[in-house]
Design a protein around this ligand. Structure first.
Ligand code: NAD
Ligand code: MG
Length: 382
């Protein structure tokens, strides 16, 4: 199988390349293209190790530097969104791993679908902002869409326990993040260093902050809504503190089927690469005796407003999820630059959503325009 890894320098991308190493000798996987933003030394290392035919770098001057660094290899270095779309659609990949963070992943992922590639989807923001267009394109092209988000991979696996018409609820698990159990007062003045300390997972900065605000769970509700074609009200978020149960499904006979494993993103990545087969994994096994107990709770949507806001945007539909997502991306970036307080992330998302109407039936071009408009307006401080 030929794989193109969009976002190969990130948390998911680097783990995906480790999975390729782990599968050596049991599954033939060739990495035909990789991409990154500006981490040139890591891209160079990856080019020398995996020998992809293409590498794409979004930033043009970084692409020039990489071109010089790997001039002695066969790798062609491309740049900008065009370059990303090229390695998504024209690198000869059978499967494209979409693991760029944020809205920037949308257009290259759509290009990959249109070129008939199977998609292993880590980038949840694409489904959140363009869910209908995305799923229509998947259906039209008849390509496979394999969820890499751990919860959605768990739901996908659990759904094998019954027929689609027998499904009654999706139970989407959440760790609760680093601030679980805190009141609003206890969140005043929290620093990014605290928000970046996730109890169970080591991930990129943006998703780690999203996990602390519970926006990550909100995005995942919308992701599940599109992936599994269910109503938002049929998706129940359950806090599962230890991140051992990665999600569950409840069928009409009240039977609940779950997927359990230690918290490792290598599991869903490997499952996407080997589906429909299961192959041996280098991950540790779950030792229930050592874990001793699993803890559950209800999420606190009054304190962690982002979860409620994402659901609201999903129910309103149209452009509202795009507005919500863009506002969140900018607010998180501002928090990471120490420009705003933690609690202001939800405030910015809410205020921005309030200033838009949920227009329906938008094209990808209109979604991109709205995304840009929202970003500019928040950056200007409107
Ligand atoms: P990350 O920040 O570690 O990596 C992001 C990757 O995207 C890097 O390769 C970076 O170079 C590239 N990138 C960033 N901005 C770009 C731009 N404007 N244009 C092109 N490339 C750009 O992020 P991550 O944690 O690996 O997350 C990637 C995606 O996977 C996110 O959508 C996240 O929500 C999702 N996800 C991540 C995890 C996890 O454990 N990290 C789990 C589930 C889902
Ligand atoms: Mg997840």
């Amino acid at each position: 199988m030929k794989v193109s890894v969009l976002g190969s320098t990130g948390s998911i991308g680097t783990q995906a390349l480790e999975v390729v190493d782990d599968l050596k000798g049991i599954k033939d996987i060739e990495v035909v293209a990789i991409s990154g933003n500006s981490n040139i030394s890591l891209l160079e290392e990856q080019i020398r190790k995996y020998k992809p035919e293409y590498a794409a770098v979004s930033d043009k001057s970084s692409a020039d530097k990489l071109r010089i660094a790997v001039a002695d290899t066969e790798c062609k270095v491309l740049s900008g969104q065009e370059g990303l779309c090229h390695i998504a659609a024209e690198s000869g990949a059978d499967m494209v791993l979409s693991s760029i963070v944020g809205f920037a992943g949308l257009v290259p992922t759509i290009c990959a679908i249109e070129a008939g590639c199977d998609i292993a989807l880590a980038n949840k923001e694409t489904l959140v902002t363009a869910g209908k267009l995305f799923m229509d394109a998947i259906a039209e092209k008849g390509v496979r869409l394999l969820p890499v988000d751990s919860e959605h991979c768990a739901i996908f696996q659990s759904l094998h326990g019954g027929k689609p018409k027998e499904l009654s609820k999706i139970l989407l698990t959440a760790s609760g993040g680093p601030f679980f159990g805190r009141t609003r007062d206890e969140l005043v003045g929290v620093k990014k260093e605290q928000a970046l300390k996730h109890p169970n997972w080591s991930m990129g900065a943006k998703i780690t902050i999203d996990s602390a605000t519970l926006m990550n769970k909100g995005l995942e509700v919308l992701e599940a809504r599109w992936l599994f074609d269910v109503d938002i009200d049929d998706i129940e978020v359950v806090v599962q503190r230890e991140s051992i149960i990665h999600s569950m499904v409840e069928f009409c006979d009240k039977s609940v089927i779950a997927q359990l494993s230690l918290p490792s993103m290598k599991h869903p990545i490997q499952y996407a690469f080997t589906y429909p087969d299961r192959l041996p994994s280098k991950d540790d096994r779950v030792s229930f005796a050592d874990i001793a107990k699993l803890t559950f709770a209800k999420p606190d949507e009054d304190t962690f407003r982002c979860l409620a806001l994402a659901k609201k945007a999903g129910k309103m539909g149209g452009i509202m999820p795009t507005v919500m997502n863009a506002a969140n991306e900018v607010a998180v970036a501002k928090f990471l630059r120490d420009e705003i307080e933690f609690l202001e992330i939800a405030e910015i998302v809410e205020k921005t959503m309030d200033s838009y109407k949920a227009e329906k039936n938008v094209s990808i071009e209109q979604i991109a325009e709205i995304d840009k408009e929202v970003r500019q307006s928040i950056e200007r401080g409107n």
